[in-house]
Design a protein around this ligand. Structure first.
Ligand SMILES: [Mn+2]
Length: 314
């Protein structure tokens, strides 16, 4: 019997891999022949969880060619799939992004809800069905909710995320400062790690005929990074600009402990747009903003602003 592949974008983060593994488990418990498979390499934070709790790594696959049906969790745009999944294979999408391309997957039913983590949407399925959940899925989903909501401090956080996390942690009883271990695990960006992190978590969009590229880093110790590695950041942004032929580009750098954002770019038009939509001021190539703003919140503002320009010109 053909099995259904549950996966996310290439090189998944914790939310993506947690959601895929737990949803495959949920489907199996409902009699479906579903398997979780990961394309590419797990991001550092996800790797940390697997080793800390001694969890078995998910199976790694080249592409989705061996499957007739695919379910995407935490993913709903074509760029992130890098051609490894054909859109017509996808039968279901579970995601939490305002800007998405679910309509390009013509055979898929889509559940897109603007909660803090895709892991929340998966947890709710277990709660609703009162289904048993494995220790492994519990750990992964709980960690993913902490990570995606920036320990519930990100303004993406909803009541639903809090409820789902509470339900999960009742079974785990992890220490109070568990969030910090999680965030420290992805805060070492020494040497080449800076570049690979920026490339792994890069996203690009086309809005009103502009190619927009946004790198994102979430970490503890961002102040030191902008102080000591600004040239390195600019070099990687320059490489991304050339590779993807970007018109506008920046790094969204999130400081998790001090709760602030840094925006880094040497591109003037990008600075002007960010100043306008986020109410920040650039000094040199750097702007700061209190509280935590995530890329998925900036993207809709950016899109609206570019479309406004385009309309005014035509
Ligand atoms: Mn997510």
């Amino acid at each position: 019997m053909n099995s259904i592949l549950v996966t996310c974008y290439v090189n998944p983060d914790l939310d993506g891999v947690a959601g895929a593994i737990a949803y495959a488990e949920f489907l199996q418990k409902n009699g479906k022949n579903a398997v979780a498979g990961i394309i590419g390499e797990l991001q550092d934070e996800a790797k940390y969880i697997f080793s800390r709790f001694n969890l078995e790594f998910p199976s790694s696959i080249e592409n989705a060619n061996d499957f007739t049906e695919v379910i995407l969790v935490d993913a709903s745009d074509l760029n992130g799939l890098e051609g490894k999944v054909r859109p017509e294979q996808v039968v279901e999408i579970i995601d939490h992004r305002k800007i998405h391309e679910a309509d390009k997957f013509v055979n898929a039913k889509a559940q897109i809800e603007l909660v803090g983590a895709a892991a929340t949407l998966i947890t709710e399925k277990f709660i609703q069905k009162e289904a048993d959940i494995s220790q492994k899925s519990t750990i992964l989903l709980y960690s993913a909710i902490i990570s995606n909501t920036l320990n519930f401090k990100g303004s993406v956080t909803t009541e639903r995320d809090l409820k789902a996390a509470e339900w999960l942690n009742k079974k785990l009883n992890l220490p109070q400062d568990y969030w910090k271990d999680l965030f420290l695990a992805k805060s070492d960006l020494s040497g080449d790690k800076l570049k690979s992190r920026m490339i792994d978590d890069f996203a690009f969009f086309n809005f009103a005929n502009h190619e927009v590229g946004i790198a994102q880093i979430e970490m503890i110790g961002a102040a030191n990074l902008v102080k000591n590695r600004q040239e390195g950041i600019m070099r990687v942004l320059g490489e991304l600009k050339d590779t993807y032929d970007l018109d506008l580009y920046f790094l969204n750098l999130i400081e998790l402990e001090e709760c602030k954002n840094y925006f880094v770019t040497d591109d003037r038009p990008t600075k002007e747009i960010l100043e306008k939509i986020l109410d920040v001021r650039f000094e040199g190539n750097l702007a700061k903003k209190p509280n935590l703003t995530m890329r998925k919140q900036i993207v809709p503002l950016f899109k609206t602003e570019l479309e406004k320009y385009a309309r005014n010109r035509s």
